[in-house]
Design a protein around this ligand. Structure first.
Ligand code: AMP
Length: 451
């Protein structure tokens, strides 16, 4: 399948080629034609599968060229970062077209946003709260909206935006086209879909709650009190499973924890910064830019702040704390291994987190392979996951497989794999039988310079 076969116009094909995309990803193949035909859509796609282009490309084509002052397409996202990210994609893919777009979100002054809206906009990307504020002030008119996109709908519901979404929906014309994207489909999402979609095409390109096949996952059991030192050790050691630890996104459960960890990392001479809800938008943008440009090696983020972060070729994600909501594990590790690139996800897990671990392992359908690090073995043992309900992972239809398409692209882009020993561990998180392992199911990793 090529982008030409999907019926895209030359200006979009040029933009796609400018971006170096050779073939559409599975979600793009499955959705672009249907959206171009004006169908409503309910799509489940993992993070990093190319879902933004899957709705942005046909949306740009449907709108054609600039007309009027009020938005004709509305993309609603749960976070500021995702809004900025989606807007950046619209600018990138629409660079050979004459369309105006704008991202609006809270945390920054409303005045400049009102002035920009007055200049006229075709596509508005917004977080729910600020969008309603602007609507209430009469700064934005929804009557011309032809296309509505709800991106990361599951996260919007998790963040309590359902009433806002319903309010926005109530102001929109009824005869619009609606597209709903969600990493996972809970009953609530299905209920919402019923109220907003008309005979939608359902697309499910990835097994539900599956983690990207391109991400190698490991768990390091340790004590809570040792986590900070262990992380510093791993960063200084610079090699775990052949991975380069020069650029990593680290997840902390709390804002306070993120700040504390950054202080410890900096004290140890590492370049780290934090991104979370207590930081101003300017601080968040700067931290992300510094991280993307390599000025900062380690970005410590909370779950909410991390949504929508698209950092090309991010090789490593570390779960310093396990998330409370198991789906967040899938989102977190989806920050690496995007669009076919390979990635490594490491979780530092202490005995207190066993309950969360079990929930995550149930969700992804397999236990995470364990590896202790010499000198950092836990004194409070992390119980084995052997009583885990190992439900088989749902199999994926071959013609609809993200991994198949993406690994093809990955092969060409990453022909020289960074990892020397990735082959034996790529999928060893599946059906990994540790029952004969004398070391409580854990294997031991000896640091390169270990005595
Ligand atoms: P998304 O899932 O929309 O966040 O996209 C994840 C990453 O995939 C982004 O860095 C995109 O630039 C990239 N991407 C999207 N479509 C393609 C494609 N067809 N080929 C290669 N990379 C892509």
């Amino acid at each position: 399948m090529s982008f030409q076969n999907l019926g895209l116009i030359p200006s979009l094909l040029t933009a796609v080629a400018d971006n170096g995309y050779e073939t559409p990803t599975a979600i793009q193949t499955a959705t672009i034609e249907a959206v171009l035909k004006g169908k409503d859509l309910m799509a489940s796609a993992q993070t990093g599968t190319g879902k933004t282009a899957a709705f942005t490309l046909p949306l740009l084509q449907l709108l054609g060229s600039h007309s009027g002052t009020q938005p004709r397409a509305l993309v609603v996202t749960p976070t500021r970062e995702l809004a900025a990210q989606v807007h950046a994609s619209i600018v990138t893919y629409g660079k050979h077209m004459d369309l105006r777009s704008l991202a609006i979100f809270g945390g920054v002054k409303i005045g400049p946003q009102i002035r920009k809206l007055q200049q006229g906009v075709d596509i508005l990307v917004a977080t729910p709260g600020r969008l309603l504020d602007l609507h209430n002030q009469g700064a934005v008119d929804f009557r011309k909206v032809e296309i509505l996109v709800l991106d990361e709908a599951d996260r919007m519901l998790d963040m309590g935006f359902l009433p806002d979404i319903r309010r926005i929906q109530g102001h929109l014309p009824t005869n619009k086209q609606s597209l709903l994207f969600s990493a996972t489909f809970s009953n609530e999402i299905r209920k919402l879909a019923k109220t907003m979609l008309r005979s939608p095409i359902e697309v499910d390109v990835a097994a539900k709650n599956a983690t990207a096949d391109t991400v190698e996952q490991h768990l390091i059991p340790t004590d809570k009190s040792q986590k900070s030192e262990l992380l510093i050790h791993l960063f200084k050691e610079h090699s775990f499973h052949g991975q380069d630890w020069n650029h990593a996104l680290v997840f902390s459960k709390t804002k306070h924890g993120a700040n504390k960890l950054v202080r410890n990392l900096c004290r140890a001479g590492l370049k780290a910064d934090a991104i979370h809800g207590n930081k101003s938008q300017a601080q968040r943008t700067r931290a992300l830019d510094d991280f993307k440009r390599g000025k900062v090696a380690i970005l410590v983020a909370t779950d909410i702040a991390s949504r929508g972060l698209d950092i090309n070729e991010l090789p490593l994600v570390v779960n310093y704390d396990l998330p409370h909501v198991p789906e967040d594990y899938v989102h977190r590790i989806g920050r690496t291994g995007r669009a076919g690139a390979s990635g490594l996800a490491i979780s530092l897990v202490c005995a207190d987190e066993f309950k969360q671990l079990r929930e995550i392992e149930r969700l992804i359908g397999s236990p995470l392979p364990r590896e202790e690090i010499e000198g950092f073995e836990p004194t409070h043992l992390l119980p084995e996951s052997k009583s885990l309900d190992r439900r088989p992972r749902p199999s994926r239809p071959r013609n609809n497989s993200v991994s198949e398409l993406d690994s093809r692209r990955a092969k060409s882009r990453h022909s020289n794999s960074r990892r020397s020993n990735s082959g034996n561990s790529r999928n060893n998180n599946r059906g990994n039988d540790r029952s004969n392992n004398p070391n409580n199911g854990n294997t031991k990793y000896r640091p390169r310079n270990a005595a």
